[in-house]
Design a protein around this ligand. Sequence first.
Ligand code: PXL
Length: 264
Amino acid sequence: MNVIMTIAGLDPSAGAGVLADIKTISAFRCYGVAAVTSLTLQNTRGVFGAHHQSKECVVGQLKPLFDDFEISAVKTGMLPAGDVIEAVADIVSSENVRHIVVDPVVRSTSGYDLIDEAALEALIETLFPVATVVTPNRAEAERITGIRLETRSAMERAAEAILALGPQAVLIKGGDTGGDRATDLLLDASGITLYDGERVASTDTHGTGCALSSALACLLAEGLSLREAVPIAKRYIVEGIRRAPGLGRGHGPLNHFPSEFKAV
Ligand code: PXL
């Protein structure tokens, strides 16, 4: 069984962060292990605070896991501090992790800033160059590049700008674009692939980015190419939103185990 590591924040309401990641990794029949970078205080209605973990604490979680398990892929989510990001980049490089999915988490669905400007710079400088794929949504791609993503050509320019920062591939997710279609754009060294899909109108979208990046990490670990993995991960998210359990009074969680979904 492939072991997938998530390095991310903890959302006690389990819609996003490491708890959502572990559920997604389990849905893909891999074994998930987790290092917590921040204990956030939240429910489906909002984020009320965050207790970021120190570099020593995060490194202290990572080392025993790498000492004990063969880690097939790593997914990173909320990484709120520059020194933690640098330590994570060092460790995943020295451990020769084959697949590194970097979800550049910047802000929660409810609008809370999960990382500051200095941490974003560190993420770009140290983790992007070792990433197999970086998976920004539209708002994150805009924040990273300064390009307003209002047209398809702007989306392509932003993807090229992010690819130039060093990852092997960039997936810009179109789920937060509005309209009835969600078009994701994948750019790697061999060019652009567009994935058009239905956009499910729903407020139960808390943690969709976490689930998507975890699904990609599993599928890459299982030996699929990114081009093969993206549509499967996307279908999982759509089914998860469509079959959301309707919990909480705000942005509710997905159904991480949608019964209609078969990964392969
Ligand atoms: O969905 C972005 C995200 C990632 N990680 C954690 C979060 C959130 C959003 O709330 O809490 C821990």
